[in-house]
Design a protein around this ligand. Sequence first.
Ligand code: 3PG
Length: 305
Amino acid sequence: MKILVATEKPFAAEAVNGIKEVIENAGHKLVLLEKGSKADLINAVSDAEGLIVRSDIVDKEVFDAAKQLKVVVRAGAGYDNIDLAEATAKGVCVMNTPGQNSNAVAELVFGMAIMMIRNNYNGKAGTELKEKSLGIHAYGQVGRNVARIAKGFNMTVTALDPFVKDEDMTAEGVKPMHTVEELYSNNQFVSLHIPATAQTKQSVTKELICKLPQNGVLINTARKEVIDEAGLAAALEVRPDIRYIADVKPNNAEELTEKFGDRVFFTPKKMGAQTAEANIKAGIAAAEQVVAHLRDGWNHFQVNK
Ligand code: 3PG
């Protein structure tokens, strides 16, 4: 059977080799489409039984073209790029690979935070993370890795997640918070790890951002959609001490950079999961999941049940 790996942002070469091995050992054929256009994807998916993507958009047009498709695996965590209703209507199983790239994203949180608080290494005295407060907005796989690393920096760590029990956080040395207001008011650093859903989109508002204490730093390695971007601009305007770091360039990036200069930073391309280790883990897990699904319908991480 044909399994298409279509990634606008290519996996590391070692990951592609591993994916190829898993697919070929199971007797399938790998077709690799890197940096392709939507038209290339539509063309390549037409006779594929399995599809592996990253943040690539898999919408109705793609599903309409994919006449043989049985399974799509998003090699990563967030699956907001996939039209789940359309997949379900066409009887296609959609899975993600939870946890496989979470350490990479968590490490970038600190990489970007340090770059910001050391003034982009411009020679001016910066500040340290030690003994500062960190609020983790959603305590999932990435949030947990962020907490683990933060403890190494000797930060005080709190988190908000209605789906995680207080005692589970406490057992991991993390103080539970119960409202967003409480999380933002009590932490100089807030790191966002909420998925982009109908409930969370635009939920980080001016009012919330302005609750950050003096010299607050908001770090977004989640999705740009969770931020109310006009509200972010307004918050940065009224609170000249606040800084914003994102691995997801906002739509108003140009305006923000022009107005706020070094107080904002955006990676030019989403880089959180872009390490060889994360590519290998998420890519190979995706390949194994596609193979297992085509073998016997395995669907452990199905997200469109
Ligand atoms: C994820 O949801 O897994 C991350 O945002 C990584 O996305 P990427 O695979 O497009 O880098």
